[in-house]
Each structure stands twice: as C-alpha cells, then as structure tokens.
Design a protein around this ligand. Structure first.
Ligand code: PEP
Ligand code: MN
Length: 337
C-alpha cells in the first residue's frame, strides 16, 4: 500500500505515519515527490487496513499497489527516478555513457582509458576487478589490487567508477571503491548478494539475468530497494535465445514495458548483448531511440590484446565515433549528453 500525503503535509505528520506503519511491524519507505511525499508500505503479510492511515493528519489518500514489486513499481512512484553523482545526473532527459574494458588488467591501461574517457566527456569508467568467468582457468581479475587501480583512476581524473561485486565477502571493499556497484547477470537472483547491496549506500547497476523475465528482473530490484537502497539502475544485457548469430539476443523490446511498469533508470549493454564490436554502434543508437537512459559499452586501448571480451570491445576511435553520433541524435529524443 501507498500512503500519499497532502502537498502541504508537515514533517511531523509524515513521521507519525511512519511510526504507525512500524508499530504494525511493517516497513515504511518515505518517497519525496515533486509535489507530495508518498510513503510505501512493505513487509505486510496480509491486506493492510487503510483506515489506520486515513484518519491521520496530513494524509491525502491510500492506494493499493497491485504489483509484487512494490517499491520499483510506477504505482508506487509515478515520476522517473533520477540519481545524482558528483560526476553528473543519471535519469530522465539525460543519456549517460559508461565505458571501459571488461577487466582491470593493469594500471597503465586503466589510466590510459580513464584519461581518454574524461577527455571525451564520459563521466563513468567501468571495469571488473572481480570477474565472473565461465571457465575457472580464465583470467579471474586482479581482485583487491584491481580496486586500488580503479581508485587511482578516480583520484587522478575525477571519473566515476563502476565495478562488479560478485560475493558478499567483498561487499565493503567494492562499496568503498565504487561509485556504482554492478551486479552481474549471473547474480541477478543471488538473493543474499541483493540483500547485502540493499544495505549499501552506493547506487547499484543491476544487470538482467540471462534468462530472466521482466518481472523476475524487477523483483531482483525490489530485493535491493526493500533493504533501503532505492538507487537502482536496470541494465539490459541480452538474453539467451535460439539465435546463434550473436552472443546473446539484446532485448530492446523490454525497454517500453520496463519503463511503463517501473520508474528506475534503464541502461543497455550492447557489448554483451551482441558479443561483436561491429554490432555495437547500431544497437547503441537503437537503445537511445527505444528510451534507454544510458549505455554500458566495453572499450579497450588494444581490444585484440584484451584479457577478456576483446571481440566485443571497441577501440577508442570506435567509441569516439559512437559518442559523436549519440551526441548529435540525443536532442531529437529530448535528452542531453
Ligand atoms: C561484464 O559486464 O563484463 C559482465 C561479466 O557482464 P554480464 O554480467 O552481463 O555477463
Ligand atoms: Mn565483459
């Protein structure tokens, strides 16, 4: 249920509603809006008695939320969610590029990448220090040393850091180093990990599970939000289908329904979505046109020597070309870059 406050409701009236919710053993989620504050209720086992709230001062109305993902749903929050960073804003009217190599390989290549991105106005660097690899014999990432390298890139250039958290053991280390914590496709339903990042103070980029329905994806976001972390960015990265012409099937058709049902920002990863660098430009432009709020693209100073995902990584010239096209097209879609 959602308790919508009157536009002039006082903070004390909001507090009172929160206390009544908590007094019933349920959780209250205060969501300030453009004109009114709404308070979401979760943790109820049966129907919530709306008469408990309708009599309280400052309450405008109560609304039943029908979707199983409560906090992530548009029913709970009508306006698109915006997330503010020192580096810039993610959300409606903007289009944000996150780029970088699949893995942190060395300080030299990471610094080169960070400097290139910053020089092109890209505000977020993404690279994995901890890598989920299909083979235990493949490069697994530099781990904590990789996080130190990413922190150095931020200190030197001011770029925001996006990096993957694979297990609860490293949650504090990744949370400290990252500006955005990535949860990978293989962990979309790792519920212990989702609960743990629900307790983090950093925004989370939640990749869609490779065989997840939209509802399962939104329920994963709900796990994070139910823990009190409302700063979730969804990321479509392709799903498994019968098609074998690309690594995954990039499901851009999920964007309109995801936007209709959910208020969170939505990014697209055309690199993992296609697996081939030649297909990344077209899918990047299509993502902008389909309503995405940004892209996550793999780019490497020397893609053919990359320790992971070289075939789908662009070189800097390739990334620059996409950036130029996106920048010229973004205004047509009412977005700035
Ligand atoms: C990655 O971003 O490098 C990655 C491993 O992504 P995914 O979880 O989408 O496979
Ligand atoms: Mn990768």
């Amino acid at each position: 249920m959602l308790v919508v406050m009157q536009s002039h409701a006082a903070p004390a009236q909001i507090d009172r509603v929160v206390r009544v919710i908590e007094g019933q053993g349920m959780s209250a989620h205060v969501m300030p809006g453009a004109t009114r504050t709404a308070i979401g209720i979760t943790g109820n086992t049966g129907a919530v008695d709306k008469s408990l709230f309708e009599v309280l001062d400052g309450v405008e109305e109560t609304i039943r939320v029908t979707k199983p993902y409560k906090l992530a749903s548009r029913e709970m929050k009508r306006d698109d969610t915006t997330i503010e960073f020192a580096q810039g804003t993610v959300g409606p009217k903007t289009f944000t590029m996150i780029a970088g190599p699949c893995s942190v390989e060395s300080e030299t290549m990471m610094m080169k990448t960070a400097e290139h991105l910053i020089s092109r106005g890209v505000k977020f660097l993404r690279a994995g220090a901890f890598k989920p690899r299909s083979s235990p014999y493949s490069f697994q990432g530099l781990g904590l040393e990789g996080l130190r390298i990413l922190e150095k890139c931020r200190s030197k250039t001011g770029i925001g850091i996006v990096t993957e958290l694979m297990d609860t053991e490293h949650a504090s280390a990744v949370e400290d180093a990252a500006d955005i914590i990535q949860i990978g496709t293989r962990n979309m339903q790792n519920f212990s990990l989702l609960k743990r990042v629900g307790k983090c103070r950093k925004p989370v980029l939640l990749k869609r599970g490779m065989s997840a329905t939209l509802e399962e994806w939104l329920m994963a976001a709900e796990y994070i939000m139910a823990g009190g972390n409302y700063q979730v960015i969804l990321c479509e990265r392709g799903v498994r289908t019968f098609s074998d012409h690309s690594r995954n099937t990039l499901d851009l058709s999920v964007i309109p329904p995801a936007k209709a049902l959910c208020h969170l920002p939505l990014f697209v990863d055309p690199s993992h979505g296609t697996g081939k660098r030649a297909y990344v430009p077209a899918m990047s432009l299509a993502s902008l046109a389909a309503g995405a709020d940004g892209l996550l693209i793999e780019a490497h100073p020397e893609p053919d020597r990359a320790m992971s995902d070289g075939a789908q990584s662009l070189d800097f010239a390739g990334l620059d070309a996409i950036l130029a096209r996106l920048k010229s097209l973004a205004p047509a879609f009412d977005r700035t870059m």
